[in-house]
Design a protein around this ligand. Structure first.
Ligand SMILES: Nc1ncnc2c1ncn2[C@@H]1O[C@H](COP(=O)(O)OP(=O)(O)OP(=O)(O)O)[C@@H](O)[C@H]1O
Ligand SMILES: [Mg+2]
Length: 328
């Protein structure tokens, strides 16, 4: 398998606001293969934008490591960071007003990052026209953002992000302000850019139908990756038809997708919310390694060491996907 283009290990980001510390990422691991199209989902405040802003080189991690295309984002000098932001990654912001300069035409918006990178006037003009054609905006080069529809503005933003030919496209809720048909078209465009340019795409989304259109979806909970949903290969479908329903997180069918809990290098994982809500774990569990799987049992009576852990109850969580029921 190819070396990962993104490798984050135990990533921590703490924002300091006056005397308060906000832990936005707390030990997040992420690996992305070159040419992958993946989505990141998670509740508001879970750390999605923080992760994208670190990957884009805008924010610096507080601890842990993050390497993108061989660039160690914890150690870049200011000059290296500017170069990284210009050439390795392209970014589409969550706030759509931040993507384009309103006083410039679509063409001039796409030329601007190239100008900052020292590309000659004739070359950048040619590339801007080519990129606008690639994203489906031929003939609209001279229009300013306010004269373009929401979908056209996001297409222009994609052309701007691609202007310096980056390896990774980072898009934060690129379809958040679009209707579902236009949003679908933007994701078709992502797919085409991935096929034609080999671009790696990491996108944040709230939309389950968009999560269904990508290769892999990672859910972030409380600043950590918690679950991963992968689109099933047809051949795997029959082999794994006994696996449990795919997703309580993004609601994809188990026929087409398979969800798994992520376990980091230190062995940490996040139990699904339903498990915590339905079983009285109260912050601790008894672990049993049973042949090919692991079971977690709530400990009810800590004084006597008895409780669900004594094997008389079926109320544990089984990490082989068999709902705590023992194999006969
Ligand atoms: N610049 C900042 N200064 C202080 N706190 C911040 C900053 N940026 C983010 N945070 C905090 O970090 C946490 C994660 O925020 P983040 O923006 O990454 O969440 P998100 O998953 O993108 O949410 P949303 O879905 O609402 O966009 C939140 O508690 C947020 O308030
Ligand atoms: Mg966000």
């Amino acid at each position: 398998m190819a070396d990962p283009i993104v490798l984050c290990d135990n990533l921590v980001k703490i924002y300091k606001v006056a005397d308060l510390e906000v832990v936005a990422l707390q030990g997040l691991d992420l690996e992305v293969t070159p040419g992958e199209v993946m989505a990141i989902v998670g509740a508001s405040g879970s750390g999605k934008s923080t992760l994208l802003n670190i990957l884009s080189g805008l924010d610096v991690p507080s601890a842990g490591s993050c390497i993108v295309d061989g660039n160690d984002l914890t150690r870049l000098s200011q000059g290296q960071r500017i170069n990284y932001r210009r050439r390795i990654v392209g970014q589409i912001w969550q706030q759509s007003g931040r993507n384009l300069l309103p006083e410039l035409s679509a063409q001039a918006n796409v030329e601007l990052p190239q100008m900052l990178s020292g590309v000659s006037s004739s070359q950048r003009s040619k590339r801007a026209r080519e990129l606008l054609e690639l994203v489906g905006l031929a003939g609209k080069e001279q229009k300013k953002p306010t004269m373009l529809s929401g979908g056209e503005q996001q297409r222009t933003a994609i052309a701007v992000a691609l202007s310096n030919n980056p390896k990774v496209l980072l898009a934060d809720e690129p379809t958040g302000e679009l209707d579902s048909v236009t949003a679908g078209e933007i994701f078709e465009l992502f797919r085409r850019l991935n096929n034609e340019l080999g671009l790696t795409i990491i996108t944040v989304t709230h939309d389950a139908t968009i999560a269904a259109a990508v290769d892999r979806t990672i859910a972030i909970r409380d600043g950590r990756t918690s679950t991963e949903t992968i689109r099933r290969e047809t051949t795997l479908e029959t082999l794994e038809s006994h696996m449990p329903a795919a997703s309580a997180v993004i609601g994809l069918s188990s026929r087409t997708h398979r969800e798994s809990i992520l376990i980091d290098r230190a062995g940490r994982l996040q139990l699904p919310k339903e498990a915590i809500e339905t079983l009285p774990f109260n912050g601790r569990a008894e672990v049993r390694i049973i042949g090919d799987h692991v079971e977690l049992w709530p400990i009810l009576d800590q004084v006597n060491g008895n409780g669900y852990g004594n094997g008389t109850s079926q109320n544990g969580v089984s990490l082989n996907g068999h709902n705590g029921k023992k194999e006969q």
